[in-house]
Design a protein around this ligand. Structure first.
Ligand code: ARG
Length: 472
């Protein structure tokens, strides 16, 4: 048991207590962040004359050595250390001797862990944003290819009006675009450095917090030392945004599962993204979409868990906050995995355009357009609605669609119908006449696609990373 705080104790910690308290099994993920933060800290200490240049150089060399040795496998992170901070410090002292004992000058594990978590989450915000961008690229490409792939649009899962596949996918494009905007917002709000806040009340050493912050690419230091060690708002915001991503992916998965069913046959999921049944040889199941839908629950769980953990914690640091990590890590891994797999599934999915168009033709998706046709001929809308209602009833009784009726049959219901009705209610007309921005008509869709293309070309992630990050 390697602890940083034995001095005041006369007894060994109980073994179970030690295990219960330890976080090394999961915060070992912070190795990079912990070392980056320590390097920034000692570089600043040397600039302020708190450490000599020689001491700083020795410590930096020791720290980078630890990182290299863990990476090449010669140094193992083992459970004999309480947490990653103890692991790094103990190894540093072992490596460079007494100078290593100066690393923690003017620092507490409270501001240290606050920094590590921030650096880690900041990095993952960028990774998630990247995966979202890749999914958006896939969707936009599909949209460009399917501007005239007609399909039914639904409300209440009942066929409503015809749309195009481009239009339907465009709805998801907007959702994932908002998810990316959330990443950008979170990044901006969280990009302040807590290091230098000490345990809760700052330190008596003349630290230059502005300098430390700039070394790690932060916009500046956080402005209240108690808040700095007690704040996990950015984790909550991130988990909330991740939950929203999962909600979007889950809705999309649900649709893919429906579209892929034998009854719909709108799409066929590629063999590489489907699985079989152990007993029913004919089966090809949409397991990936189902798993994405299913995993949504655990990401929501992480959000509710951290909200609950934080709600009763008095200022400043309390050990409850160690609970911020495991679920956050799990949520990040889950979302990244789901985004990557979903993207792969979409890229390889086959769309049965003929089945979609046929489905759009059945189910009276052109009934609104038929009513609008009558309005165009001077019939008030409410009357037109009622006439088309009778027409639909007639069609159901005779098992025909509107466009399959003879003109004579149409005229029996209303003398206003003429031969131009057929063109007015064709699938193509129904879609192509919808040209307001945001509607499925080709001209409108093309403009939306052009705007979204431009949006995808902007890269907000190209930010100033700071000197220490460049050293890596
Ligand atoms: N493992 C701890 C955490 O994750 C690190 C901070 C420990 N600080 C302390 N005062 N015990 O929060």
């Amino acid at each position: 048991m390697a602890q940083l705080w034995g001095g005041r104790f006369t007894k060994e910690t109980d073994k179970l207590v030690y295990q219960f308290n330890a976080s090394i099994s999961f915060d070992r993920r912070f190795l990079q962040q912990d070392i980056e933060g320590s390097i920034a800290h000692v570089v600043m200490l040397a600039k302020q004359g708190i450490l000599t240049i020689e001491e700083k150089d020795k410590i930096v060399k020791g720290l980078t050595g630890i990182r290299e040795d863990v990476e090449n496998g010669t140094l193992k992170i083992t459970e004999e250390y309480e947490d990653i901070h103890s692991f790094v410090e103990a190894n540093l002292i072992e490596r460079i001797g007494d100078t290593g004992k100066k690393l923690h000058t003017g620092r507490s594990r409270n501001d240290q862990v606050a920094l590590d978590m921030r650096l880690y989450v900041r990095m993952e915000v960028l990774h998630v944003d990247e995966l979202l961008q890749e999914l958006l690229e896939t969707l936009l490409k599909l949209m460009e290819e399917h501007l005239d792939t007609y399909m039914p649009g639904f409300t209440h899962l009942q066929k409503a009006q015809p749309v195009t596949l481009a239009h339907h996918l465009g709805a998801y494009f907007e959702m994932f675009k908002r998810d990316r905007l959330r990443m950008k917002d979170i990044f901006k709000r969280m990009n302040f450095c807590p290091l230098g806040s000490g345990a809760l009340a700052g330190t008596t050493y003349p630290l230059d917090r502005n300098y430390t912050a700039s070394l790690m690419g932060f916009e500046g230091p956080t402005l209240n030392s108690m808040d700095s060690v007690a704040d996990r708002d950015y984790v909550i915001e991130f988990l909330s945004a991740l939950s929203t991503i999962m909600m979007h992916l889950s809705r999309f998965s649900e649709e893919v599962i429906i579209w892929n069913s034998n009854e719909y046959r709108f799409v066929e999921i590629d063999d590489a993204y489907s699985t079989g049944s152990s007993i029913m040889p004919q089966k090809k199941n949409p397991d990936i979409a189902e798993l994405v839908r299913g995993k949504t629950g655990r990401v929501y769980g992480a959000l509710v868990s951290i909200l609950t953990t934080m709600k009763g914690i008095p200022l400043a640091y309390n050990k409850d906050m160690q609970e911020d990590k495991e679920l956050t890590f799990d949520a990040i891994d889950t979302v990244k995995g789901c985004l990557a797999l979903f993207n792969g599934m979409m890229k390889t999915m086959k769309f049965h355009e003929d089945v979609m168009a046929k489905s759009a033709m059945n189910g009276f998706t052109n009934a609104t357009d038929a009513a609008d046709y009558l309005v165009g001929k001077g019939v008030p809308f409410r009357d037109a609605h009622s006439i088309i209602g009778q027409l639909v009833l007639y069609c159901i009784e005779h098992n025909k669609s509107i466009e399959e009726l003879e003109l004579s049959e149409l005229k029996q219901i209303s003398p206003v119908f003429e031969a131009d009705l057929y063109d007015a209610v064709s699938l193509k007309t129904c879609v192509e006449k919808r040209l307001t921005i945001g509607a499925p008509g080709q001209k409108a869709m093309k403009e939306v696609i052009a705007r979204n293309r431009k949006y995808l070309e902007e890269d907000w992630r190209a930010f100033e990373t700071g000197e220490i990050a460049q050293l890596k």
